[in-house]
Write a protein that binds this ligand. Structure first.
Ligand code: KIV
Ligand code: ZN
Length: 385
């Protein structure tokens, strides 16, 4: 089974979510929880962005010893120096540096020719490699870059000292099949490719971030970058909890696994949501409030007989207590009777039809039936004994 490293960027790309601003103690609390979750690498921030960011990255690098800590830097000496200041006391100083490679970014943002972009990338990686134990290099907007140019610049930065090469889909544009083909192309056209680890970094603008990351794993990526709850710029990044659970549940298919302690997922998700103020949508896979809730009568009846009829992930796997039966107008007799039993109310066979029809009439007017509603029905209608 292939091991896939998890590179968590909740504290860097995740914090780039509009309206999110974490202070040092909040960042440290999240970093400690990420360590408990057993991620391999924490991207703690962008030290050159502000003195506060530098101080937070330094504190995290000093404190966290169970996994690598990294920080982001542009292909600029002052950024790399700021990152070194922040990371030098870490267990394994590791830098993440990047430059944009796509024609759109080269022309409008960098105003540099292909040759200039290669020169800037190579000199920054060479400088970084003289300081850091590990240098990761990213081709920003890789997925809208001409493949021959992407292959050429990657070969050059590997020769300059990069050990990890990241292929970001910066604007969430690519599809799984196309992304897989980018990795295939690089394996075929970059002579030094086998000397490095390939990494995937996806954004979710078209809702494809997790699917694209899985396609990358199938085509040789050995590191997946993402965030908890999928937070991040615009529509966010690859949701790491979804990715890790997909690899776990479908391990026979993917033949790959992470080191994550999956039972820490619920706690990590709740903490990140609380500290960032970004609510988790109720229907979100793995961590949404409804992810393990069953409402319709057919599903409830199936789950009460055998959970796996409608549950491919057990809530306990990711740290939740149990699934839930939400009683509403779609619910059936089986779940209704079961909930009454849990409330200590035994209903005889001859009474269940009468009580259940009152339940259905009431449920038609309400979104969800609470335990109080059920007790009220029983009290009003009365039981025969
Ligand atoms: O999305 C992106 O391209 C990034 C890079 C800085 C890796 O976040
Ligand atoms: Zn990103």
């Amino acid at each position: 089974m292939q091991k896939v490293k998890i590179f968590d960027t909740t504290l860097r790309d995740g914090e780039q979510s509009a309206g999110v601003n974490l202070n040092m103690s909040e960042k440290l609390e999240i970093a400690r929880q990420l360590e408990r979750l057993s991620v391999d690498i924490i991207e703690a921030g962008f030290p050159a962005a502000s003195p506060g960011d530098l101080a937070s990255v330094r504190e995290i690098a000093r404190t966290i010893k169970g996994c690598s800590v990294t920080g982001l830097a542009r292909a600029v000496i002052s950024d790399i120096d700021a990152a070194w200041e922040a990371l030098k006391e870490g267990a394994e100083p590791r830098l993440h540096t990047f430059i944009a490679t796509s024609p759109i970014h080269r022309e409008f943002k960098l105003k540099q020719s292909k040759e200039q972009v290669i020169e800037t990338a190579v000199s920054s990686v060479r400088y970084a490699a003289s300081k850091f134990a590990v240098v990761q290099w990213s081709a920003e907007d890789a997925c809208r870059t001409e493949l021959p140019f992407l292959a050429e610049i990657i070969e050059q930065v590997i020769r300059a000292g990069a050990q990890v090469i990241n292929i970001p889909d910066t604007v969430g544009y690519i599809t799984p099949e196309e992304y897989g083909n980018v990795f295939k192309y690089l394996y075929e056209h970059v002579p030094s490719i086998n000397k490095v680890e390939l990494s995937t970094h996806c954004h979710d603008d078209l809702g494809l971030a997790v699917a694209n990351s899985l396609a990358a794993v199938q085509h040789g990526a050995r590191q997946v970058e993402g965030t908890i709850n999928g937070i991040g710029e615009r529509a966010g990044n690859t949701a790491l909890e979804e990715l890790a659970v997909a690899l776990h549940i479908r391990k026979d298919y993917f033949q790959a696994e992470t080191r994550l302690n999956l039972q820490e997922i619920s706690r990590t998700s709740t903490l990140v949501s609380k500290l960032t103020g970004m609510e988790v949508p109720a229907n979100k896979a793995v961590v949404g409030r409804n992810a393990f809730a069953h409402e319709s009568g057919i599903h409830q009846d199936g789950v009460l007989k055998e959970k796996t009829t409608y549950e491919i992930i057990s809530p306990e796997l990711v740290g939740y207590q149990n699934n839930s039966m939400v009683l509403g107008k779609h619910s059936g007799r089986h779940a209704f009777r079961n909930r009454l039993k849990e409330l200590g109310i035994e209903v005889q066979d001859q009474e269940i039809n009468r009580l259940f029809s009152v339940f259905k009439e009431t449920a038609d007017r309400k979104k969800e039936m609470t335990d109080e509603d059920l007790v009220a029905i029983v009290l009003e209608e009365g039981l025969s004994k």
